[in-house]
Design a protein around this ligand. Structure first.
Ligand SMILES: CC(C)(COP(=O)(O)OP(=O)(O)OC[C@H]1O[C@@H](n2cnc3c(N)ncnc32)[C@H](O)[C@@H]1OP(=O)(O)O)[C@@H](O)C(=O)NCCC(=O)NCCS
Length: 188
């Protein structure tokens, strides 16, 4: 499969402890438990928007009759198998020329430090390089976001550089760029 084959139907991925699947309207109450938490946005580059403060708004379509183009982004809810709750989200976005894409993730604070983000990201890396033609995954991380740096490094990402007082999302901060190449993944 190539990325464009996933334009309409996004895959469901599985790990030992997690299911990664599209988020649906049935997940609103799970999202409400953690998505508005201001602590999630400390290093997110912006504060929570209205859809994050009130997750049900995500499913309100203000113009339901407009036919929209399918969204190429991959947005998976991270479902914990032990309780079947959506405890986080992980994304592959900004896909450029089917070649390079950005990863991002966030998990409910209640579940931090249990290895779940690392498990989800490893799965997304495997999917990206084994099931699509992506050549590079990358992300930017506020230098103070030690947990996120650690997650990336555990998944094989390399710190490629640091931008001083650059614009990350809507804020200005020192941030690292991390990248993982297909060649790194296959040990070439
Ligand atoms: C970043 C985030 C997703 C990490 O999630 P998580 O599920 O706790 O990640 P994991 O448990 O897989 O791994 C976290 C690692 O960071 C380490 N860590 C966390 N805080 C740390 C600190 N202050 N100092 C050193 N290590 C730290 C943990 O010990 C763990 O490493 P280990 O397995 O070697 O012990 C979570 O903190 C989050 O959602 N933050 C808010 C959103 C966000 O910042 N997203 C990333 C944007 S780039």
């Amino acid at each position: 499969m190539v990325i464009k084959d996933y334009l309409i139907d996004k895959p469901i991925l599985n790990t030992d402890n997690l299911i990664l699947r599209p988020i649906t309207v049935n997940d609103i109450s799970d999202l409400e438990e953690w998505l508005p938490d201001s602590e999630l946005y400390t290093y997110w580059g912006r504060s929570a928007n209205k859809n994050e403060l009130e997750p049900k708004l995500r499913f309100d379509d203000p113009r339901p009759n407009i036919k929209r183009k399918p969204n190429p982004d991959f947005v998976w809810g991270i479902v914990l198998k032990s309780n079947m709750k959506v405890i986080g989200e992980i994304y592959v976005i900004n896909i450029e020329n089917n070649r390079m894409a950005k990863v991002a993730y966030r998990v409910s604070k209640q579940y931090w430090g249990k290895g779940f983000t690392t498990e989800a990201l490893k799965c997304v890396v495997e999917f990206s390089f084994e099931e699509t033609e992506l050549q590079k995954l990358w992300t930017d991380v506020d230098t103070r976001n030690i947990a996120s740096c650690r997650v990336l490094e555990k998944c094989g990402f390399m710190r490629e550089g640091m931008i001083r007082q650059g614009k990350m999302n809507l804020t200005f901060c020192d941030y690292y760029l991390y990248g993982l190449l297909r060649d790194d993944y296959y040990g070439k």
